[in-house]
Design a protein around this ligand. Sequence first.
Ligand code: DOR
Ligand code: ZN
Length: 350
Amino acid sequence: MPAHTITLTRPDDWHIHLRDGEAMQAIIGHTAKQFARAVIMPNLKPPVTTVALAQAYRGRIEQALSACGVSKADFTPLMTLYLTDKTDPDEIARAHEADSIVAVKLYPAGATTNSDAGVTDLLGKCSKVLEMMQRVGMPLLMHGEVTDPEVDVFDREALFIDRVMIPLRKSFPELKVVFEHLTTKEGVDYVRDASGPMAATITAQHLLYNRNEIFKGGIRPHFYCLPILKREVHRQALVDAATSDSPRFFLGSDSAPHAKGLKENACGCAGCYTAVHALELYATAFERADKIDRLEAFASFRGPDFYGLPRNKGVVTLTREPYVVPLEVPYGSETLVPLAAGETLPWRML
Ligand code: DOR
Ligand code: ZN
């Protein structure tokens, strides 16, 4: 008999986009309901490049949480800094002292949403900063795609390993690195076998779908994110990694809200919205692989273990009940369309 309920230690989301202002107010309750902590991406406009900006952003997050009735004890935002060519190594030292900043995020310039201020040449421009990060134990979270427009969009992650990841880790072997939203078999093989402090986050969409999903019966913009969905062989490698014994793969939803009109558009934005049903989506993926017993390690243990933070105390329960994903959810003055809108998932979070 398949289990009727699953109880997990409260999980964390190690990669989320909360946005700001009324957009954030509309969605923050979803993440706070599902997770105890989340690593907050810094790709705002303007980006969160300094400790002062990160602390101010954290203040706005706390206000938004309190406005939807979530207490400080119930949800903790873990802040990040946005790395630029001009980041000062002293800013890293200050971030290390500030208790709420857990990592620095690398966006290669031009790789994705609000990455214009990102890094143009990681080893060339950021060596001093990387040295400081290695010294103080500050993790680098990497959007792992090359930005060379000549490179096929489906090959950008695999090439990033050779062109950026391997040289970086050769120069800074003790730097803690997270390969964010991993999407390829090449990425899985690299992370699994690398020496030194290395991990990766995996999204629900990359566990559930391959690239056919974007084109089924027409172009379906709500399945478009970056890095883009890949072939089935890659999806399978990600499922194997997430459900394996390796401590290096853990949950990072990369939930990235964009208003419906900006997705259903001649030039639609990249990002899947999964915060409202993240655990239901992950449970579906783990169950399909017949590995639901591995969900807790992936969602609740390996992330804090890698970051050197305590595991959470409480629990969440999922029950085997059909859950129909809402067609739209409010998003400030607009709406947004969650991933798999209108589909029925086999698990519901209580
Ligand atoms: O699909 C994505 N959306 N990938 C990213 O890297 C950024 C994100 C966003 O902020 O919308
Ligand atoms: Zn992201």
